[in-house]
Write a protein that binds this ligand. Structure first.
Ligand code: HEC
Length: 260
């Protein structure tokens, strides 16, 4: 049987003043655009970590815990940088890295390969690209990759926790004015992203030492995205298009306090 009871303070979107609905719509539009850009950023920043296209659990493991098998230079040469140099130079560089990246071979062979193929971009003038000019600078990209450092994680954690609380509070508050039954389902949709944000952020640290936890990070991200999408679409739809059911619309009739 349908649940026809309502909390005294519940108001459906269409019982709210137009100005409030306009405010909600504006907030949803901008925050939705923000979510798209955030997703795009996560994808662009992490999907290449394992050298294969697409965002996978492997990418998350490498991002947080590093990769015991490869160095940053090797992953770049097997991934996005593979087309930057002739095949035989690529092979020479990979051999050099795998044999321990010794300075002697660097001076004999590798230095010129890098000068000819890489320094046009990696000469240190672009702060976003690693500087590959000279043996000293190369050291930082051939060191074993240990993943995101603790300081970076702590910095990103507090930004994430504060920022996402605002986003999910706003979207959840707006969504609370929709008509969704059963009420527990509506509450689960509202609560999920908060649980998701906590497991996501804590998951980064756990993944650093226990890589299978990357699954939790990935699944938490998917659940966050899903509940965001549900709250966004349902709110927009019920605000402007939805026809409110009879029993919701007429529930104040005969109520002495009803003003509308
Ligand atoms: C045309 C410019 C260009 C050239 C030439 C180039 N790279 Fe890159 N490289 C980039 C860009 C842009 C990125 C970052 C984007 C990405 O990861 O796809 C990058 C990323 C990298 C990274 C990952 C770390 C970082 O700096 O962000 C490594 C390592 C790297 N390149 C090595 C090389 C090597 C070795 C060569 C020469 C064989 C080379 N690159 C040639 C543009 C270039």
């Amino acid at each position: 049987m349908a649940d026809h009871s309502f909390h005294r303070l519940y108001r459906h979107f269409q019982e709210l003043p137009i100005s409030m609905r306009v405010l909600f719509t504006g907030a949803l539009l901008v925050v939705g655009l923000g979510y798209l850009f955030a997703a795009l950023y996560v994808f662009a920043a992490h999907s290449g970590a394992d050298g294969r296209p697409g965002l996978s659990v492997e990418d998350i493991k490498i991002t947080y815990s590093g990769s015991a098998e490869t160095t940053q230079l090797e992953s770049a040469l097997q991934g996005p940088m593979s087309g930057m140099l002739p095949q035989k130079d690529l092979a020479a560089m990979l051999d050099w890295i795998r044999e321990g990246a010794a300075k002697r071979i660097y001076t004999v062979k590798i230095e010129t390969i890098i000068a000819d193929n890489c320094l046009s971009c990696h000469d240190g003038s672009n702060p976003h690209l690693s500087n590959l000019d000279g043996f000293e600078n190369i050291q930082s990209v051939v060191a074993v990759d240990t993943g995101a450092d603790l300081f970076t994680l702590v910095r990103v954690s507090h930004i994430h926790l504060f920022g996402l609380t605002f986003i999910f509070f706003i979207v959840g508050f707006i969504f609370s004015h929709s008509y969704v039954r059963p009420v527990w389902l509506k509450s689960v949709v509202i609560a999920t992203p908060f649980a998701g944000v906590i497991s996501d952020v804590l998951g980064w640290y756990v993944t650093k030492i226990f890589t299978p936890f990357a699954w939790v990070v990935l699944i938490a991200g998917i659940f966050n995205g899903l509940s965001f999408a549900i709250m966004w679409v349902v709110s927009m739809y019920q605000m402007w298009i939805y026809k409110v059911p009879e029993h919701v619309r007429t529930r104040h009739q005969g109520d002495p306090d009803a003003t509308d």
